[in-house]
Design a protein around this ligand. Structure first.
Ligand code: NAD
Length: 326
């Protein structure tokens, strides 16, 4: 058993948290991760409105009696979401674990803390992590530059960011970005993390709701197959490198390019169709460098169990190896 402050705070067996991924964090996946011993996360903005989130929470409860959380991400959007409505709906349904991410989370964190919730806040800089600590978040999720989606604008990879977290943070933290196997898991623990967060790895599981052809594309992908869009708009996102994302980057390079020039190409509704139709070229979809490590499509139970077992064996083996050298 790998017992850490995170397993104790969240009431889970294995310190592995599923990232709150747009269009992917749905009841079937969240319940499967929680049933496997980790923490499943429902993504609020994947639901069209707060009432639909209520239904998703109820559906998740029908398939797991284990803890799970809700992700609320505050980033630029084409249509402004009812963040407060989503938060109130989840709290009203009895959810007590939230993953927050993005810009200006102060009001949301204050509300959730006032409701007695446990907050995991995702950050891409130590500066933001320290501010979130002051706001009273319980767990930081330290997201290295390897991650899928939004890595921030400072480009610090996990190896340095996590070691900096060990120097600076008082609250327990998860390592996020670039982790897809037990080596990454053990490395994260060595870097002072109390657990890990995985997004791309959970996309490629049996219970993940995306089309099998996209899962197969991830298995076939290498760490060279991602690209950053929105670099010029202060909203960088790491996504799968395809015709659409390459075109977006080319448009961004034009003098005076604006978000409106790429809006139709990047819209989340178009990206959603990638997962539904199984066409990896159809739109923008998030993918982390961890894709290069993924070789199979296991069930969440097999994945979490394997990572737990291998991590324990690896830590015992390292200890024997070091003793033998002394
Ligand atoms: P969307 O269709 O509203 O926007 C598509 C993309 O364009 C998103 O990456 C968004 O951040 C970006 N964008 C929108 N307006 C912009 C602007 N004015 N300037 C620069 N960039 C802009 O997004 P969606 O797919 O419906 O997702 C909803 C929200 O969830 C977005 O903010 C998105 O970034 C965020 N998100 C969350 C997760 C998560 O893990 N929860 C994952 C991916 C995206």
């Amino acid at each position: 058993m790998i017992v850490t402050p995170v397993t104790k705070l969240l009431g889970i067996r294995v310190p592995i948290v599923q990232g709150g991924m747009q269009w992917v964090g749905v009841p079937s996946l969240a319940a499967a991760v929680s049933n496997a011993g980790g923490l499943g996360i429902l993504t609020a903005l994947t639901q069209p409105n707060p009432d639909a989130l209520r239904d998703a929470i109820r559906e998740t409860r029908r398939t797991t009696d284990k803890p799970f959380g809700v992700n609320i991400t505050l980033l630029p959007t084409i249509n402004p979401p009812d963040y407060e409505g989503f938060a109130r709906a989840a709290v009203g349904e009895g959810v007590r674990i939230f993953e927050t991410a993005g810009n200006n989370p102060k009001k949301l964190i204050a509300y959730l803390k006032g409701e007695g919730c446990i907050i995991i806040h995702k950050c891409t800089t130590i500066r933001h992590a320290k501010s979130a600590e002051k706001l009273g978040v319980d767990i930081l999720s330290i997201d290295g530059f390897e991650c899928a989606g939004h890595p921030g604008e400072e480009d610090v990879p996990g190896l340095v960011l996590l070691a900096r977290a060990a120097q600076e943070l008082k609250a327990p933290y998860l390592a996020s970005g670039g982790i897809a196997d037990s080596r990454g898991f053990v490395a994260a623990l060595a870097l002072g993390a109390s657990g890990i967060n995985m997004g791309t790895r959970f996309m490629c599981t049996i219970e993940s709701p995306i089309h099998d052809r996209i899962k197969e594309k991830i298995v076939a992908a290498s760490e060279q197959d991602t690209i950053h869009i929105f670099r010029t708009m202060h909203n960088t996102a790491r996504v799968f490198k395809n015709k659409v994302s390459t075109e977006v980057v080319a448009i961004e390079q034009r003098p005076g390019a604006k978000f409106e020039d790429v809006r139709d190409l990047v819209s989340g509704q178009r990206g959603r169709q990638v997962y539904e139709l199984g066409d990896p070229e159809y739109g923008i979809w998030s993918l982390g460098l961890a894709a290069g490590l993924i070789r199979d499509i296991p069930s969440c139970e097999d994945l979490v169990g394997r990572m737990e077992r291998e991590a324990e064996e690896m830590m015992r083996g390292m200890s024997r190896h070091l003793k033998a050298k002394l």
